[in-house]
Ligand binder design. Structure first.
Ligand SMILES: [Mg+2]
Length: 104
């Protein structure tokens, strides 16, 4: 794996705190993003936009760290491509999905 500045940081974080602590960080950051999305989109707290962006950045970093921890870059991209193709099929109506019945 190419060691970019970010991946060097992920390696240092794992060395310093270990896999289990970093896995707990993933769960914590996902919870913070869930709360911020709920406040902004569900509760209508438009003042929380920057908090949503902040938590998005945290979760994005933790996903990259998970990819590093699992040594899963190419496999992750393959699965992501499959999911995007499936989303396109759902939007086109080629696949039935519960989202089809959800009103915005
Ligand atoms: Mg956070």
């Amino acid at each position: 794996m190419e060691m970019t500045a970010a991946t060097q940081l992920y390696a240092l974080a794992i060395e310093k705190w270990g896999y289990k602590a970093q896995a707990c960080m993933v769960m914590g950051e996902c919870g913070e993003l869930t709360a911020a999305v709920n406040q902004f989109f569900i509760q209508g707290r438009t003042d929380k936009r920057d908090q949503v962006l902040d938590e998005m950045a945290d979760v994005s970093i933790m996903i990259e760290q998970l990819i590093f921890m699992l040594e899963a870059g190419p496999k992750f991209e393959q699965i992501k491509d499959q999911k995007l193709n499936r989303l396109a099929d759902i939007i086109a109506g080629a696949i039935q999905h519960p989202h089809a019945g959800v009103e915005s």
